[in-house]
Ligand binder design. Structure first.
Ligand SMILES: *[C@@H]1O[C@H](CO)[C@@H](O)[C@H](O)[C@H]1NC(C)=O
Ligand SMILES: *[C@@H]1O[C@H](CO)[C@@H](O)[C@H](O)[C@H]1NC(C)=O
Ligand SMILES: *[C@@H]1O[C@H](CO)[C@@H](O)[C@H](O)[C@H]1NC(C)=O
Ligand SMILES: *[C@@H]1O[C@H](CO)[C@@H](O)[C@H](O)[C@H]1NC(C)=O
Ligand SMILES: *[C@@H]1O[C@H](CO)[C@@H](O)[C@H](O)[C@H]1NC(C)=O
Ligand SMILES: *[C@@H]1O[C@H](CO)[C@@H](O)[C@H](O)[C@H]1NC(C)=O
Ligand SMILES: *[C@@H]1O[C@H](CO)[C@@H](O)[C@H](O)[C@H]1NC(C)=O
Length: 428
């Protein structure tokens, strides 16, 4: 009997580790997470703890309250005298008052500036703000990275994958790219490219600003408006909706190897070619790098008519993911452990080991949100939302989770990406 029990135990242990070694449940807008791993991370994997924090997609999660509330907007200028307000993603449990930022990778301080670095053969750095902006103006002084295949990003990304971008392609230092997405729906007409004055975006500081209002977005460089997108212009007559970024979004800074050889051909092409891991910057410094000086966030008022029951966090009340479904609540944003979720935020409060530094966290694979040339969008739900799969991975070097290997994910992403790339080539 004992033997029998233990063999069942062994068998179930084996099954568990097989599960852990292959993949956690994945999720999309048409396939929500199970109750025991209720939170759908930004990258479409189900889990608890960090999976329920920034990036947790309420539409693809078990229920709308599986994800923790999104900390409300905070007007502030960020300076870089220390990294005390930044937490590694394996330590952060949702206290945005304690940590303004959460990161993976290799941020550094350099003479009062923030360097995002990408050492040889790594996936770079992702530096995300923990306060959501629900309309507002973000501006930053930036020197981009350089080199083929290296992409620097300064973006706003929502948990339902609305997105507003500035992106610098390291092979084209004369321009900055602007882009936007509504709920992750891929549209190759959304992107644009603007010339930046001066010698180049690597050598010169420029101030980049995204002014996000309810009725229009402007992208400016050094105080000059380069691009305007009106909400009006995003009307989809078929679906009777504005495909305009409209949900609370986190500011994200990142540096990533879009041109790494394992990525989708479309992504590598967009990034200006394959990355050179023996470039001058790698030889001289040991890494590629992008430099950020002061970053300022100015919050605007919530839209007229917004239901407000508090002032701590934004929550979605409807799976359509639209502006009118966002409420301001007093829901807390801090989990007690990496086993806790929005459904049971106090779980593991007494168990100190589970709130330590070794929780499983989503492997970041998309510091830049939706990726040109590598994403597949399949409109599979009535709300018109789509799931996206990313063709590259961006993970913390210390990640020891049972998530699928990066190669496995890259393969999966690349398959779609290759398809998309072919379609795009044909369309061209
Ligand atoms: C969050 O951190 C702040 C500052 O460290 C602290 O005062 C507060 O009690 C923390 N909140 C929670 C819920 O842990
Ligand atoms: C950029 O250069 C153009 C052409 O030389 C000039 O007209 C424009 O004023 C410059 N803009 C800024 C912000 O310096
Ligand atoms: C407009 O909505 C329809 C119906 O959901 C969708 O098939 C179509 O792709 C949308 N158009 C754009 C440009 O996204
Ligand atoms: C919101 O309400 C204020 C005050 O009533 C008004 O001035 C403003 O134009 C309204 N904004 C929108 C977008 O309707
Ligand atoms: C949030 O609301 C509480 C209670 O209504 C109030 O005491 C507090 O000052 C508010 N906080 C902010 C930042 O507005
Ligand atoms: C979160 O806020 C919503 C809306 O105010 C409320 O119905 C719900 O009970 C809250 N959840 C928690 C865990 O406090
Ligand atoms: C997690 O960390 C705690 C202390 O930080 C340690 O006691 C525990 O063994 C670790 N658990 C795992 C699974 O590594």
């Amino acid at each position: 009997m004992v033997r029998y029990t233990s063999s069942i135990l062994l068998a179930s242990l084996a099954a568990t580790s097989v599960w852990a070694a292959s993949s956690p449940p994945s999720c999309s807008t048409s396939s929500q997470c199970p109750e025991e791993y209720p939170c759908c991370s930004q990258y479409g994997q189900c889990g608890t703890g960090a999976y329920c924090l920034g990036g947790c997609d309420p539409i693809s999660s078990y229920s709308l309250d599986s994800c923790v509330g999104e900390p409300v907007c905070q007007s502030k200028t960020y300076k870089w005298d220390s990294l005390d307000s930044a937490a590694l993603n394996t330590k952060y449990l949702g206290n945005a008052s304690e940590y303004d930022w959460v990161y993976s990778g290799y941020p550094k301080l350099d003479d009062g500036n923030l360097l995002l670095t990408m050492p040889k053969n790594t996936v770079g750095t992702l530096f995300a703000n923990n306060h959501y902006v629900w309309y507002g103006k973000i501006s930053g002084k930036v020197k981009s990275s350089r080199g083929a295949g290296v992409v620097t990003a300064f973006i706003l990304l929502s948990d339902v994958k609305d997105e507003i971008d500035f992106e610098w392609i390291g092979a084209d230092l004369a321009n900055v790219q602007t882009n936007y997405y509504w709920q992750g729906v891929l549209n190759y007409n959304n992107g644009d490219k603007d010339a930046v004055n001066g010698s180049d975006t690597f050598d010169d500081w420029h101030e980049y600003e995204i002014d996000w209002k309810e009725d229009a977005i402007t992208w400016s460089v050094d105080g000059q408006v380069k691009r305007t997108l009106t909400k009006e212009s995003t009307w989809n007559e078929t679906a009777k909706r504005y495909q305009y970024p409209q949900s609370p979004s986190r500011m994200q800074l990142s540096l990533w190897p879009a041109g790494q050889a394992s990525n989708a051909p479309g992504t590598i092409e967009w990034a200006g070619g394959e990355i050179d891991w023996d470039s001058q910057d790698i030889k001289d410094k040991g890494y590629y790098y992008a430099t950020f000086s002061d970053i300022t966030v100015e919050c605007y008022d919530a839209p007229n008519g917004t239901v407000s029951n508090g002032n701590k966090s934004y929550m979605f009340t409807n799976k359509d993911g639209l502006q009118q479904s966002v409420q301001i609540t007093n829901n807390d944003t801090v989990l007690a452990s990496f086993g806790a979720t929005g459904l049971d935020m106090d779980l593991g409060a007494s168990d100190s080991s589970s709130s330590g530094t070794n929780g499983t966290v989503p492997e970041n694979q998309g510091g830049s949100g939706n990726v040109p040339g590598s994403s597949s969008s399949s409109s599979s739900t009535t709300s018109g939302s789509s799931s996206t799969s990313s063709g590259f991975s961006q993970g913390s070097s210390t990640d020891t989770s049972g998530a699928p290997s990066q190669n496995e994910r890259v393969m999966r992403g690349s398959f779609f990406a290759a398809l998309v790339a072919v379609v795009v080539l044909v369309a061209l």
